[in-house]
Design a protein around this ligand. Structure first.
Ligand code: HEC
Length: 173
């Protein structure tokens, strides 16, 4: 190694030391402390427990129960080709769906039901409705309602929230 190479190596080494020193010093200056209160929430990053004063999370039912009749009105468009609701509702391909909550299957006057539907013995309520509407043919084998079903439970719940508003007279309760 000649002198020149040594000099270069020396400077490189010195540069490295200075850089390391700077890193340590700036590290001290810009030391990233986790803030006591998060300015904004990042998905997936847990906020640190603040001495057990945090409000308990709401039970899951709270979120599940938030069915929206307005969204249900939109879902009802899938039924409206065959079903009517409201004060001026008439039987179409399918029976009027007024007063559905608490209504027995096959009981709308002037509508010609299939035996399968009439004899199913179901009383319509949220539970039986949700069960039926996800797959009508599975719940009532032999029904003449030709509809594949609504698989999305949120949509089905919104639909029930919409339909269950209508009383027997078609007025919203
Ligand atoms: C293609 C036409 C058609 C579509 C679309 C349709 N239905 Fe029906 N629905 C019928 C027919 C026909 C019946 C009568 C079934 C029978 O008698 O077997 C019926 C029966 C029913 C019943 C039972 C009524 C009773 O009095 O027992 C309910 C509840 C119902 N449909 C809800 C719905 C909902 C909610 C939708 C939309 C998601 C829907 N239907 C979509 C044709 C349809």
């Amino acid at each position: 190694m000649d002198d020149r190479t040594n000099t270069i190596a020396g400077w490189v080494l010195a540069g490295g030391i200075v850089a390391l020193g700077l890193t340590i010093v700036t590290g001290e200056y810009f030391h990233a402390e986790r803030p006591e209160k998060m300015g904004y929430t990042i998905e997936g990053v847990e906020e640190e427990a603040s001495g057990g004063t945090a409000a308990p999370e709401k039970p899951i039912e709270f979120y599940l129960a938030a069915a929206d009749p307005a969204k249900g009105a939109d879902v009802f468009k899938k039924c409206a080709a065959c079903h009517d609701v409201g004060e001026t509702a008439k039987n179409k391909v399918g029976p009027v769906l007024n007063g559905l909550g608490g209504r027995k299957t096959g009981t709308v006057a002037g509508y010609n039901y299939s035996d399968a539907n009439k004899n199913s013995g179901i009383v319509w309520g949220e539970e039986s409705f949700l069960d039926y509407i996800k797959d009508p043919k599975a719940k009532i084998p032999g029904t003449k309602m030709v509809f594949p079903g609504i698989k999305n439970e949120g949509e089905a719940k919104n639909l029930w929230a919409f339909l269950s508003q209508f009383g027997t007279d078609g007025k919203k309760k």
